[in-house]
Design a protein around this ligand. Structure first.
Ligand code: CMC
Length: 428
């Protein structure tokens, strides 16, 4: 069978480029020789048509609204698995056997403490610092504390760094929260689950025993699963790009956190809840929908739309069900949920949203759950970062082990001044 190719005709002649086939999804045109052969680059701001790597971790079919981790549908994982198991799956490629899961969970639990000196580091921040500012700083600083796991050429050090990042992230996020409200930091308690431990470090106080509410624990764990990985999104691509230069894993994940912070990415969960609160009542929805459609108004419906999903985000479906269940269980009635339901209904029946294929994404309902659990909005993106660390670490490891990996170095279409001679300031 002859390999499939794509022909390119230019004024300089005809060229042929191989088509690469994945296990599922669109073929990819291998243009690595394009510049060398044609003296031309491709132009693709935002990488809308560019595959930056080969990956076997996560698959998204945006038209069908499908998300698979290592082949497993996200809704099955969210309903039947738990975050530790999903973390193992993302890192190692297959679901763990019972003993493997026990060993993995044990290993992670043995890395949950932070170097004691890091508590001093926190004290350098203002109390009103955004938790994401603290996360960027503290995670970047881990490389100054764990020198024995920064040699990326050593697979053992890479594994230890991966475990450390996954294990310490809940401690780091919980400490950022505690710092903001002026309560003492709590040390991890390793007889609790990954998620239970995080809840205790966040909402517990040293003066009293803390009992983990299993309903909240389950919901939180599910939220972590839903955020664990998402293919080559902006923050993951940032982690890969930072890592492509050989930077240490802590620095790379700090770069990912910085990218995640933006409102078009991880910051959307915070922005979505703020927006729902601002709308306040179902009677104001029409006005906001009109603003979202107005080209001259920068307002967008936060928690709506996605670069890849042109159908309902499968994570949003699970998130919506979880929101309903959590509010019912906690006997919380939040008018914001009514606003969200009605906004979704109106937008999904509006021509603008139908034509542009804009559906609720993962961030539309997550804020309602996190708010009911007791998190302030500023913590939302930090929770996203906590969960996404697993994906970042899995993608970073995959990249480091990929023999085709090269330092990331896009080119450009230069539109600036052509060469000109310097003029002394006195003569300008
Ligand atoms: N409200 C109103 N109009 C929108 C929205 C929205 N939320 N999203 C996209 N559009 C319009 C946009 O104006 C554009 O219209 P036109 O073609 O007339 O110029 C069209 O839909 C396509 O949008 P785009 O900005 O070119 O699409 P993109 O793929 O570059 O952006 C997005 C994707 C997620 C940044 C965007 O949909 C958005 O800003 N959504 C709100 C923020 C949000 O919820 N982000 C979370 C994404 S999911 C979690 C994560 O990845 O972290």
């Amino acid at each position: 069978m002859t390999a499939k190719t794509v022909k390119l005709t230019t004024e300089g002649g005809d060229f042929s480029y191989p088509l690469m086939e994945g296990s599922v999804g669109p073929d990819v045109i291998d243009i690595r020789k394009l510049y060398g052969e044609t003296d031309k680059f491709t132009y693709d701001p935002g990488f809308t048509s560019t595959a930056s790597c080969q990956s076997a971790i996560t698959y998204i079919d945006g038209d069908q609204g499908i998300l698979l981790h290592r082949g497993y549908p996200i809704d099955q994982l969210a309903e039947q698995s738990n975050f530790m198991e999903v973390a193992y799956l993302l890192l190692h490629g297959d679901l763990p056997k019972k003993k493997e899961l026990e060993e993995f969970s044990y290993t992670i639990s043995r890395h949950t403490m932070l170097h004691e000196q890091l508590a001093t580091f926190y004290r350098g921040f203002r109390r009103d610092a955004h938790p994401m500012a603290i996360m960027c700083g503290v995670v970047g600083a881990l490389s100054a504390f764990y020198h024995d796991s920064t040699d990326i050429t050593d697979p053992q050090q890479r594994l230890i760094a991966s475990h450390r990042l996954i294990a310490k992230m809940p401690t780091i996020a919980a400490m950022a929260f505690k710092y903001s409200i002026g309560q003492p930091f709590l040390y991890p308690q390793n007889n609790l689950s990954y998620t239970g431990n995080f809840l205790r470090m966040t909402f517990g106080v040293p003066a009293e025993p803390y009992e983990v509410n299993p309903i909240i624990e389950k919901a939180m764990d599910r939220i972590f699963i839903l955020h664990a990985d998402h293919e080559q999104n902006a923050s993951t691509s940032t982690v890969r790009l930072a890592g492509s230069s050989g930077a240490n894993p802590f620095a790379c994940i700090a770069a990912g956190i910085a990218c995640l912070w933006g409102p078009a990415h991880g910051g959307a969960n915070e922005a979505a809840l703020n927006m729902l609160r601002e709308i306040g009542d179902v009677k104001h929805i029409k006005e906001y929908v009109a603003r979202a459609k107005d080209k001259n108004d920068p307002f967008r419906l936060m928690g709506f739309g996605h670069r890849v999903y042109k159908n309902y985000d499968p994570r949003a479906k699970v998130m919506q069900q979880t929101a309903e269940a959590v509010l019912k269980e906690l006997k919380v009635s939040d008018p914001v949920l009514d606003v969200a339901r009605e906004l979704e209904h109106i937008a999904l029946n509006d021509d603008y949203f139908i034509e542009k294929k804009l559906y609720p994404n993962v961030d539309f309902y997550s804020g309602i759950i996190l708010n009911a659990i007791g998190f302030p909005t500023e913590m939302f993106t930090a929770l996203f970062a906590l969960a996404r660390t697993v994906g970042w670490v899995a993608q970073w490891n995959e990249m480091i082990s990929d023999p085709e990996q090269k330092i990331g170095r896009p080119r450009q279409l230069y539109v600036g001044a052509t060469q000109r001679d310097y003029v002394a300031v006195s003569k300008r």
